[in-house]
Design a protein around this ligand. Structure first.
Ligand code: NAD
Length: 484
């Protein structure tokens, strides 16, 4: 069985208590991961602290060159990374090869380029009748950044944070999800293969509360925390770091709305919405779970989306035509199924799914659920308010644009929204009124890595992406020089 070890100061450590990692396709344990205790987390943070001054002293162009070497290393180990990500998550091969792993390399290259080209700020000041001065800013890294990430897009989301943190001159200690420890461990191997200075990149494995996650974020040697995951975990981390007033960047949960107007291109709206609901088994923070459809097309849209859901293919991860993956864990599968039950109890109309597929083979031990399309529930029902994080959506008909906007905004979350319309006027009118950090019109998940990314309300604090990431992972110091 594969053993996944902690990576501390440039070396893999044999310390830690093993816990099993399961294959979501079959439910079988396929690896053992070593849980870091407080002592090992401390070793990782100390290693990162020792490495920090030397790494920060490198010219940014050299750190950017290291990021490109790391991207080259990822591309050399591409097949291993694909296999590792599939083993942990049950993702299917076409998505993993085109999205998860390539985006890892792209994150590194993109932030290398952005950092190397970052302009500085300078100001010439003259006080009337008085002194003149030149003020300019220099960016300084924090020191050691804790990177705590979830299981849904493990490699993509980890590199999204590691790349800007490192290129800005910080060293990092990464805590991947306990469900998906493999690609972080492989990235550690790759850093060793390319000779990245020891201590710059460290990995500690384990769980959240009372384990490696909490030990790491609360450690006095950690200067800043970047986290992606559930909103309530973000709140717990905020408490852990409060007495040290550490800077945090939080990318949290969502309950994203999709607005489909009667003037939309219906084929594109059905296909695009299906993608936004069911991609990655609905386990993307940006997935749409609430749909508002203008009444004249409500019946047809609902029928076509349900047909799409029924057509998704539960193949094996390695099959090229597989389009549906399992939930990450037995616990998460049970959570999603509990929402399927709640929907029925609340009186939902079930247009597709609502149960568990039967395979008659070893996948019956896996964590699969059916893609599910619902309607008929009031807007204050739990299904319409709580993040499920599975392949589920609820559709509500609307009559006016104002109603659709008000209902979309009636949520504690505010991560993403989609608008489907062929009217340019409507697109420009509606999109800015939506309370979301990201709004897509006639598309979904089309990302330019230079654009700000993050959520409003319970969906997060701060923005990452492009220069915004470097703004988080470094602090400006203002230097003012008096001119004669
Ligand atoms: P989670 O919050 O349960 O766990 C995320 C990470 O935090 C894991 O590594 C976990 O071990 C760690 N953790 C848990 N408790 C901790 C604590 N007290 N201290 C320190 N670390 C702790 O999230 P998850 O279930 O892995 O991921 C799903 C959630 O992530 C969903 O809510 C989803 O919306 C959200 N998400 C958000 C974004 C975004 O960009 N906004 C992206 C992906 C996922």
């Amino acid at each position: 069985m594969r053993i996944l070890r902690n990576f501390v100061g440039g070396e893999f450590s044999g310390k830690g208590v093993p816990f099993p990692v399961h294959d979501p396709v079959t439910g079988r344990a396929v690896a053992e991961c070593l849980e870091a205790d407080a002592g090992l987390v401390d070793e990782a943070v100390q290693a990162a602290r020792r490495a920090a001054p030397g790494w920060a002293a490198l010219p940014v162009a050299e750190r950017a060159a290291w990021m490109r070497r790391l991207a080259d290393g990822i591309e050399r180990r591409f097949d291993d990374l694909v296999a590792a990500e599939i083993a942990d998550t049950g993702k299917f091969v076409t998505q993993t090869r085109t999205l998860d792993i390539p985006r890892g390399a792209a994150n590194l290259r993109s932030f290398a380029e952005i950092a190397a080209q970052l302009p500085g700020e300078s100001f010439q000041t003259s006080i009337p009748g008085g002194e003149r001065a030149l003020s300019y800013t220099v960016r300084k890294p924090y020191g050691v950044v804790a990177v705590v990430v979830p299981w849904n897009l493990p490699f993509l989301l980890m590199t999204w944070k590691v790349a800007p943190a490192l290129v800005a001159g910080n060293t990092v200690v990464v805590k991947p999800s306990e469900d998906t420890p493999s690609t972080a461990t492989l990235l550690a191997e790759i850093t060793a293969e390319i000779g990245l200075p020891e201590g710059v990149f460290n990995v500690v494995h384990g769980f959240g509360p009372g384990s490696a996650g909490e030990f790491l974020v609360a450690h006095r040697g950690v200067d800043a925390v970047t986290f992606t995951g559930e909103t309530r975990t973000g709140a717990a981390i905020m408490k852990s770091v409060a007495d040290r007033v550490k800077p945090v960047s939080f990318e949290l949960g969502g309950k994203n709305a999709g607005l489909i107007f009667a003037d939309a291109d219906l084929d594109a709206a059905v296909a695009g919405t299906a993608r936004s609901v069911f991609t990655n088994g609905g386990q993307v923070c940006l997935c749409t779970e609430r749909l508002y459809v203008e009444r004249p097309i409500f019946a047809e849209f609902t029928a076509r989306l349900a047909e799409h859901a029924r057509g998704l293919r539960f193949g094996r991860p390695e099959d090229e035509d597989t389009t549906m993956m399992p939930m990450i864990s037995a616990e998460h599968r049970d959570k999603v199924l509990s929402y399927y039950r709640i929907a029925r109890e609340e009186g939902a109309v079930v247009h597709a799914g609502g149960g568990v597929p039967a395979f008659g083979d070893d996948r019956d031990g896996g964590y699969y659920v059916e893609p599910t399309v619902l309607s008929g529930l009031p807007r204050d029902s739990r299904i319409c308010r709580e993040e499920v994080f599975g392949p589920i959506c609820h559709i509500t008909p609307f009559d006016t644009e104002d109603e659709a906007i008000a209902w979309a905004n009636d949520s504690e979350y505010g991560l993403a929204a989609t608008v489907w319309t062929q009217s340019l006027d409507r697109a420009h009118r509606v999109a800015p009124k939506l309370e979301a950090g990201l709004v897509w019109v006639n598309t979904w998940y089309l990302r330019d890595l230079r654009t700000p990314f993050g959520g409003v309300k319970l969906s997060g604090i701060g923005r990452e992406g492009g220069v915004r990431s470097l703004d988080f992972y470094s602090e400006p110091s203002t230097i003012t020089i008096r001119l004669g």
